[in-house]
Design a protein around this ligand. Structure first.
Ligand SMILES: C[S@@+](CC[C@H](N)C(=O)[O-])C[C@H]1O[C@@H](n2cnc3c(N)ncnc32)[C@H](O)[C@@H]1O
Ligand SMILES: Nc1nc2[nH]cc(C(=O)O)c2c(=O)[nH]1
Ligand code: SF4
Ligand SMILES: [Mg+2]
Length: 207
């Protein structure tokens, strides 16, 4: 990252924002405004938004502007994603959203300290940079990406670290979906504490 982002969280590198349907996990099917912050150093080789990684190419945008945009849509639900949103101090963003009655949901790898006030946290841990304990304990759902067979064992190791009422999802890595989806179906039928999550927005051809 060649540019410093101020640590007060009043401005954030904004890659894109769009109103769509949550495609993945527990809230699949619900309308939400997506705020995608730039910057990530976790390095998943299969990441589907590599354009997000370099924070310095995404304009520093004030929380006030981001929240104003978010408040112009019928669904009062925001999904903060990235990039890795927890690189930044998300206290001002979530405070301002909640003051307007907007629900705050986040997609995170959990690789950075928890900040912000969240109505829902989707934790998708990665082998490339381990999730932190504070995020594991706060997650409402654990969503493990299945890229190969060894990921089922890895998923169980993380399920043992989340809260007892955390929802558990297995989501096929997109390029391996044809191969992994049948294995996930079989696994969920044999281990019904898990559910399958698909990237439904990619089937629906929406953002
Ligand atoms: C792009 S990430 C951004 C948020 C955060 N960095 C994270 O990884 O959770 C949003 C979600 O997409 C998932 N994802 C990214 N690339 C994927 C792929 N090729 N196939 C399936 N899921 C993917 C991530 O695991 C995460 O749950
Ligand atoms: N529709 C839709 N749902 C999503 N759920 C998580 C996404 C993400 O990239 O964080 C995502 C996304 O990019 N689009
Ligand atoms: S942590 Fe998220 S944004 Fe970062 S590389 Fe992995 S999937 Fe992509
Ligand atoms: Mg996505």
């Amino acid at each position: 990252m060649s540019r410093q982002v101020p640590e007060d969280g009043i401005q954030l590198p904004l890659m894109e924002e769009f109103y769509t349907i949550q495609g993945e996990g527990y809230h699949t099917g619900k309308a939400a405004y997506f705020i995608r912050l730039g910057g990530c150093d976790v390095g998943c080789h299969w990441c589907d938004v590599k354009e997000s990684w370099d924070a310095s190419i995404h304009p520093l945008t004030s929380v006030d502007t981001i929240v104003q945009h978010a408040d112009q849509h019928p669904a009062k639900t925001v999904v903060v994603t990235g990039g890795e949103p927890l690189i930044y101090n998300l206290d001002p963003l979530t405070k301002s959203l909640q003051e307007r009655g907007i629900r705050t949901f986040m997609e995170t790898s959990g690789a950075y300290p928890l900040s912000g006030q969240w109505d829902w946290i989707c934790l998708s841990p990665k082998k490339f940079k381990a999730p932190r304990k504070d995020v594991l304990e706060a997650a409402g759902e654990l969503k493990v990406i299945v890229f190969n067979k060894s990921d089922f064992q890895w998923a169980e190791e993380h399920a043992a670290q989340v809260s007892p009422n955390c929802k558990l999802y297995l989501q096929p890595e997109w390029s391996k979906a044809a191969e992994m989806t049948p294995l996930i179906i079989d696994y969920v039928m044999n281990n019904p504490k898990w559910e399958i999550s698909l990237q439904t927005h990619k089937y629906l051809n929406i953002p």
